[in-house]
Design a protein around this ligand. Structure first.
Ligand SMILES: [Mn+2]
Length: 372
């Protein structure tokens, strides 16, 4: 049988850190990625669609999103199983407990106690549970095993394999192993590579289908699973419209904005980033005390071929500062007063010191810098 395993979709996410228009566009793209997954399940004749929690970002759901879900699920002939997560728990007010919202092929876990749905045609039992509130401190698998090991047994659940005391449905390796399922369709960890590598059972965290901020970098999608009692295969399928990426850029010795602009452009070109990329570049290193970096102007000038570019300035104005150190005038005095901050181990202290020195240098040169 073929299973499409998704989760952590977080429909209606706010997409903070983007302009209101871009955030709106990203919300539409997230819905489109969801629709793509449904279309994929339909055209690839998937036998089962599993949603391992956090279909919604919050327990508040827009009318449009509900309409979209009803419409999309109704186009599928295969069963859909949903295991609500910590972001969309099955509490009394939630949509999960309302009658007649979803078509008949949609099966939803509403209790934090383990239960199951049996699909006779597939000879497959899907076990799972729901978060009933934003936390779940016990492991619903504790001491449980599958009822009939001659069937295909699947666990579809939101939970945390990282810690046995996690407040997000702890799933220790021992509990997963002794449960005895043929596939574990897990949700909760959005960047799942490390967690998946550590799994000791056949299964995966699917990750999210679209990154939503710079904490969710790289290509995102869902897992296509092909299995019977003898064979088992997993494949990552890309569904994301955009990719978040982060890069560091060493700006050591830069004395002019133009120099930085060209290194930023080279970085983008060498990485092959295009219209599908949201990129954050963090400038680091030591730059000339006379240089004041205009990050907004840099992002505008270098970001044309990207969906979104933001530039963070963490440089320190200490390049070639020997002359300042020995300067007996106002500049030298400022530099010496600010030096402990410029060299501080604390990033916030370095930033304040750097900013103070750059403002003062600009003022002494008769220039004004925009206040941030
Ligand atoms: Mn999630």
């Amino acid at each position: 049988m073929k299973i499409l395993h998704t989760g952590d979709i977080h429909l209606d996410s706010p997409f903070t850190g983007l302009s209101p228009e871009t955030a709106q566009k990203r919300r539409a793209e997230l819905r489109a990625a969801f629709s793509d997954m449904i279309a994929y399940a339909r055209t690839q004749s998937v036998d089962l669609l599993l949603i391992a929690g956090d279909l919604f970002d919050k327990n508040y759901v827009t009318r449009d999103t509900v309409a979209l879900l009803r419409q999309e699920f109704s186009t599928l002939e295969c069963p859909v199983v949903i295991a609500p997560g910590n972001h969309d728990p099955a509490d009394d007010k939630s949509i999960w407990r309302k009658k007649d919202i979803f078509p008949e092929n949609v099966h939803i876990f509403v209790s934090s106690t383990l239960s199951s749905f049996f699909f006779e045609k597939l000879n497959c039992r899907v076990y799972g549970y729901a978060f009933e509130e934003p936390s779940l401190r016990t492991c619903p698998l504790d001491g449980k095993t599958v009822e009939n090991s001659s069937q295909i047994n699947i666990l579809c659940a939101h939970g945390d394999t990282a810690s046995p005391i996690s407040p997000y449905g702890p799933l220790p390796a021992g509990a997963l192993e002794s449960f005895g399922a043929d596939y574990y369709a897990l949700g909760h960890i959005h960047n799942p590579d490390a967690a998946n590598a550590a799994l000791t059972v056949p299964g995966a965290y699917c990750g999210c289908p679209e990154g939503r901020d710079f904490g969710e970098t790289g290509v995102k999608g869902a897992v296509l699973v092909t299995l019977d009692k003898e064979h088992f295969q997993m494949e990552q399928i890309r569904f994301c419209r955009r990719i978040y990426e982060q890069r560091m850029l060493n700006a050591d010795g830069a004395a002019e904005q133009g120099e930085i602009l060209s290194t930023v452009r080279t970085l983008i070109q060498n990485a092959g980033f295009g219209e599908d990329v949201l990129l954050r570049i963090t400038l680091q290193g030591s730059t000339s005390p006379e240089l004041s970096i205009d990050t907004a102007a840099l992002a505008k000038a270098a970001g044309e071929g990207l969906f979104h570019l933001e530039i963070r300035d963490e440089t320190v104005p200490t390049w070639n500062a020997d002359l300042l150190q020995q300067d007996h005038g106002m500049r030298g005095e400022l530099y010496r007063v600010l030096l402990p901050r410029l060299e501080s181990a604390d990033a916030a202290q370095r930033e304040t010191g750097s900013r103070a020195l750059r403002y003062a240098m600009a003022a002494l040169a008769g220039e004004t810098l925009p206040l941030e």
